[in-house]
Design a protein around this ligand. Structure first.
Ligand code: GLY
Length: 358
């Protein structure tokens, strides 16, 4: 078992036991306990959790739909009314058992209900184990815009149990690989090289990378919890990623997974970085070809470019009507608060489409 501290939150990383969460539960008393799980975690993870953590056995289970479209105000309302009907009070505990959607939404509900009750995150996807469950950001989407309503509130603990990853599909694991690439590109050249090597073997040893990613996330969040400066490093690839997710949500196409959209965002924003910081075209090709070698190509028709720009215009970080991006000036070196124009974005989308044809 490994243990990390981020502000007041203990993060336990465990490959084979529930000892840490059992100990924490035995040291803390709650009037009522509620577990929020989705369609997948209620089948694959909940029975394991209840079997191994006896103090959670009497919890009331709230099941929600899975997927990004569930991260809505309507879902918040439904869960709040369920919690109130079941007499939640301020001495209650909410347990978020799921991926990024459950942790973001469950954390948001916990932060507002009765002006805030304690919550813990038990992330079950690789993506949430290395990112979403850690760092205190909770939010829901609003009118197809991602994470527009939310706040910063820390969970009591985060319990990362890696065997939950065994229930994931290949696509879920692959999705998270985009975030691991991102950590390497913004912060850790060695991690990037390791990703590159392992992706050429078509199989990445995720387990070893979880701890590296958690450590990087902690360092970055500690430097700037409220996301004004250094934490914005984590946004690399995400401005365009979120706009693409919104386009897919609003055009009612099959939703695109966060990780797949992030693979496009990383490529486009690496291209913009290359244009702005003038690193070698060889470096650009290495980064882009590595990402394209593992991710499926996303069909982004040119006719939707204006919609991408529309969603980018509502990015929380924009300043003076310019897009505020995080870029890289080298592998492992991020630069925050870079001004980017419409033309940079359109050119980067054209570049992505061209690369997909080759
Ligand atoms: N997932 C980005 C952040 O925590 O800031």
């Amino acid at each position: 078992m490994k243990q990390f501290l981020l502000r007041d939150t203990l993060i336990y990383l465990d490959d084979n036991s529930f000892n840490s969460i059992n100990k924490w539960m035995s040291l803390n008393h709650f009037d009522n306990k509620f577990i929020i799980a989705d369609e997948n975690t209620s089948i694959h993870c909940l029975p394991v959790l209840l079997k191994h953590v006896p103090l959670l056995k009497d919890s009331f289970i709230i099941k929600m739909s899975s997927g990004e479209s569930a991260k809505s105000i309507a879902q918040v309302e439904a869960i709040c009314s369920c919690l109130i009907n079941k007499n939640i009070d301020r001495q209650s505990l909410i347990v978020n058992l799921g991926g990024g959607v459950v942790c973001d939404l469950g954390g948001f509900v916990a932060s507002i209900i009765k002006r805030g009750v304690k919550f813990i995150n038990i992330p079950t996807t690789l993506m949430s184990q290395i990112d979403a469950a850690i760092g205190g950001k909770v939010a829901v989407n609003f009118q197809d815009y991602k994470n527009q309503i939310g706040l910063f509130v820390d969970p009591q603990i985060v319990f990362v149990y890696t065997p939950f990853l065994l229930s994931l599909s290949h696509d879920d694991l692959l999705s998270a690989q985009a975030e691991i690439f991102k950590y390497g590109l913004i912060y850790d050249r060695l991690l990037w090289e390791q990703c590159r090597l392992e992706s050429s073997n078509k199989i990445m040893n995720f387990k070893n990378m979880i701890s590296d990613c958690i450590k990087i996330k902690i360092k970055i969040v500690e430097s700037d919890y409220y996301d004004y400066q250094g934490r914005r490093m984590l946004n690399f690839g995400h401005s365009i990623c979120h706009a693409i997710e919104s386009v897919f949500l609003s055009t009612k196409k099959q939703p695109v997974s966060h990780g797949f959209a992030l693979s496009v965002g990383l490529i486009c924003e690496t291209y913009i970085s290359y244009k702005k910081f003038k690193f070698s075209s060889k470096k650009l090709s290495i980064i882009v070809n590595t990402i394209l070698s593992v991710f499926p190509k996303i069909n982004l028709v040119k006719a939707l470019d204006n919609l991408v720009l529309k969603y980018l215009k509502s990015d929380k970080k924009n300043k003076n009507r310019l897009y505020n991006f995080t870029l890289i000036k080298d592998i492992g070196v991020a630069v925050v608060n870079c001004s980017v124009s419409d033309i940079h974005i359109i050119n980067s989308l054209d570049y992505y489409r061209k690369k997909c044809q080759t």
